[in-house]
Design a protein around this ligand. Structure first.
Ligand code: BGC
Length: 768
């Protein structure tokens, strides 16, 4: 029998003969080796065999996914009746096994559940947030991190990660900008594919991996005013050239599932949007996985004013192409699809198609053969020092050095005898790990203060003062489900005293590391802002500490660009550390010490202040920059720091840009090379970035578009030739004039350099 702890049925192990339960569907049980991932034909046949035996209620049941935050026993009955296909938010391996036993032993057809969870930037080991990962400009870092995240999550029985989040975001007010790769479709696509590879491994069903889920399909990142969940209005041109590109890259990389977004896009809710889910996703891109709705997004179709009731909501979502409904308590599908079928509003074939996609995923994942997890192994897996090392290396690669006047950094060991570490997030473990974290082991998280103390403590005395407290004006709905440890709020008098204490610490120290930014719950879902100022009294603290006249290093912990215009003029050194994860403090200490040289680059244009939003490097020109260059009379038109920007402790030069041809025909390729030299005195990384501009065409084209990048490491004075290709993939765009993908005859500018303002230039022509 399949009793708990029967390791013959645990994952990553060989399966003994397909056990005694005669009712266990033979076809679904055929997978006997965890390494033997069945082929398409076999998967199809096994799903077919199951479908033939399923009742309508069981078929509808597979399309339902429920949250389980607590009281898992409450869903057992529904699981036993085959009314649920998936659960999310269960993370205890014992509970997962218990519920899986109910599904496998008590449900009529023994169909296992698929367990989903938000594994966004780590499970137990927390990696830098996705925006930071994009700042590494190194997709292999994302693959490594998501491989480990998958390994840890799958060890407790999670089969499916609701990631990668692929929403292009150009408005830092939007809290969820932290979850994606920033503003650019090319960088976003590279990070998308890299994450899919990390989560899924070689193929869906690879041991120690999970099913990936690209989200939120599509257009969520353009929410009006940066207000979370608000409608977005995006032209088809922008959708295809910008917002959809990372999703397409994920499909090409073999992503197994997609999540439909919450909001309206061009007045049609993404979760009821047949154009997106059927025409683009399935018909054009040939996506073969399944689509789950975002939480309660099917029921929300009524809130949107798109469906008149939940029954119509269920019909419109299924008709649009949502296979599985994610819901907090009951699903609209469970309550309405039966009647909808009887009245002819949906067909049995549609329901079965959705079932087939879900069953196929379960078969590919090996859930029928290995439904349970090894609880003992989960414990081991969740305490792996090697994982923490990878997290530190990732954090070191993601930090971006924004300013370093007079080469204040790296800090020379022993030069500063007394170091003050000041700021409300400087010794906060929670604010070091960032937004989507539920399973972290907080005590093992290294705060900035703790990392700095370890690294510099031998030669210097380090002291910490928070200086100010920060908090949200309005709480998040997350606080209700995942209550934060309440911190006593300072009375006004105490707040003044704390501020003074921080100032006097800075005065009596030789150097201050100011760690400012946002608390963990100020970025992420339901965490949009109407300002980019430092929350609370942090700006005042920054100005007063700087006014003391001692050297100041500003370390930023945040999930979005903040207004650091003042700091960029007055504070000598600024390091953007994002939310760097479990090992954040050690990583930042190594960077400040120069043990590691910063090499990250901004994945977003950094606005001077909130009024410049949205601002992105890849805009159209529309008026001559020479004559009418100023877009505002009260502010510069350019961002504070351009997309792709980041300093190093070394310096680099780019030279000798060469194109293989001056003229090509559409369909041919130009090879681009240039030399990059480390002209500094330390080994360091540089990111070679290739940008193009199409000078004329059936529509206006952006001033620059990223079309290639490579992060390279160079010893002092070493030189390397970087190589890129520009062909159909890079030169094709969606034209609003022809309503098609075009590669047009035109002159193309090419720039190669260290950021989106690179000046090394050449050009070539595409002829008919
Ligand atoms: C978020 C999704 C997430 C889901 C499940 C939703 O509120 O938008 O990104 O995957 O919850 O937690």
């Amino acid at each position: 029998m399949f009793t708990k702890g029967n390791t013959s049925l645990t994952r990553k192990t060989k399966l003994l003969p397909c056990a005694s339960s005669v009712l266990l569907v033979a076809a679904a049980c055929a997978q006997t080796e965890s390494s033997a991932i069945p082929g398409d034909q076999e998967v199809h046949e096994r799903a077919d065999a199951l479908l033939k035996q399923m009742t309508l209620d069981e078929k509808i049941g597979q399309l339902s996914q429920l949250f389980v935050f607590k009281e898992p026993e409450k869903v057992e009955d529904a699981v036993a009746k085959g009314q649920v296909g998936s659960l999310l938010f269960v993370t205890d391996p014992a509970v997962i096994n218990r519920l899986q036993h109910v599904a496998v032993e008590r449900s009529r057809l023994h169909i296992p559940l698929i367990f989903g969870f938000d594994v966004i930037h780590g499970f137990r080991t927390i990696f830098p947030v996705p925006l930071a990962m994009a700042a590494s400009w190194d997709p292999s870092v994302a693959t490594k991190a998501q491989t480990i995240a998958a390994e840890e999550a799958s060890s407790v029985g999670i089969d499916w990660a609701f990631a990668p989040m692929l929403d292009i975001a150009r408005d830092p007010r939007w809290g969820r900008i932290v979850e994606g790769a920033g503003e650019d479709p090319y960088l976003g696509s590279a990070m998308a594919a890299a994450q899919v590879r990390g989560f899924q491994g070689e193929a869906i069903g690879s041991p120690g991996h999970v099913l990936a889920c690209m989200k939120h399909f599509a257009g969520y990142g353009a929410a009006e005013g940066g207000r979370d969940y608000d409608a977005s209005y995006i032209s088809e041109t922008q959708l295809r050239n910008i917002y959809l590109r990372p999703f397409h890259a994920a499909v090409e990389a073999g992503v197994g599932s997609a999540m439909s977004a919450y909001m309206d896009v061009n007045d049609v809710p993404a979760t009821g949007n047949r154009w997106l889910l059927q025409d683009v996703l399935r018909d054009e891109w040939k996506f073969k996985g399944f689509v789950v709705s975002d939480a309660d997004a099917v029921k929300s179709l009524k809130t949107h004013g798109y469906a008149k009731d939940l029954s119509e909501a269920a019909v419109r979502a299924l008709n649009a192409g949502v296979d599985m409904e994610m819901a907090l308590d009951f699903t609209a599908y469970a309550r309405n699809l039966n009647a909808a079928l009887n009245s002819g509003k949906v067909t049995l074939q549609q329901i079965e198609e959705s079932d087939r996609r879900i069953l196929e995923a379960k078969i590919r994942l090996g859930l029928f053969a290995h439904p349970y997890v090894d609880e003992a192994r989960a414990k081991e897996m969740l305490n792996t020092p090697e994982h923490r090392t990878v997290a530190r290396l990732a954090a070191e690669r993601t930090a971006v050095l924004l300013r370093n006047e007079g080469n204040l950094l790296p800090l020379k060991n022993g030069e500063y005898k007394k170091i003050a570490v000041i700021g409300p997030v400087a010794d906060s473990q929670m604010d070091t790990i960032g937004s989507w974290t539920f399973q972290e082991n907080l005590p093992e998280t290294v705060s900035m203060f703790s990392g700095l103390r370890t690294r510099f403590g031998g030669a210097a005395q380090l002291n910490y003062e928070p200086g100010v407290q920060i908090s949200r004006k309005f709480p998040s709905f997350f606080d209700e489900w995942f209550p934060l440890k309440p911190e006593p709020v300072w009375a006004p008098e105490q707040a003044r005293a704390q501020f003074k204490k921080a100032l006097s610490l800075a005065k009596s120290s030789d150097l201050t590391v100011l760690v400012l930014g946002e608390a963990q719950n100020m970025s992420g879902e339901a965490a949009s802002r109407n300002s980019l100022e430092f929350p609370g009294q942090q700006q005042q603290l920054l100005e007063e500490v700087t006014a003391i006249g001692k050297p100041v290093v500003l370390v930023l912990l945040n999930g979005r660009p903040l207004n650091i215009t003042w700091a960029s003029q007055h504070v000598p050194a600024i390091l953007e550390a994002w939310y760097p994860g479990t090992q954040g403090g050690n990583a930042v200490a190594n960077l400040l010490a120069g043990d590691v040289v910063p090499g990250g680059k901004l994945p977003i244009s950094w606005p001077r202040n909130v009024g410049q939003i949205p601002i992105n490097y890849s805009h159209n020109t529309t008026q001559s920059p020479e004559n009418q260059g100023k877009r505002y009379w009260d502010e510069e038109s350019a961002p504070l720091y351009p997309f792709g920007f980041g300093l190093s402790y070394a310096t680099f030069t780019f030279s000798d840009l060469k194109l293989s041809q001056e003229r090509i025909k559409a369909g041919q390729t130009v090879e681009v090379t240039a030399d990059v030299e480390n002209t500094g005195s330390v080994a360091a990384d540089e990111v070679a970035q290739l940008y193009i501009h199409q000078q004329s065409g059936s529509t206006s084209r952006p001033v620059r578009e990223l079309k290639g990048f490579e992060r390279i490491r160079l010893a002092p004075h070493a030189k390397k030739t970087v190589h890129f290709s520009l062909g159909t993939d890079e030169l094709t765009y969606w034209s609003s004039a022809t309503k098609s993908w075009v590669e047009e005859p035109a002159m193309f500018d090419v720039w190669l350099g260290a950021n989106s303002q690179a000046s090394l230039h050449s050009a070539f022509e595409v002829v008919e």
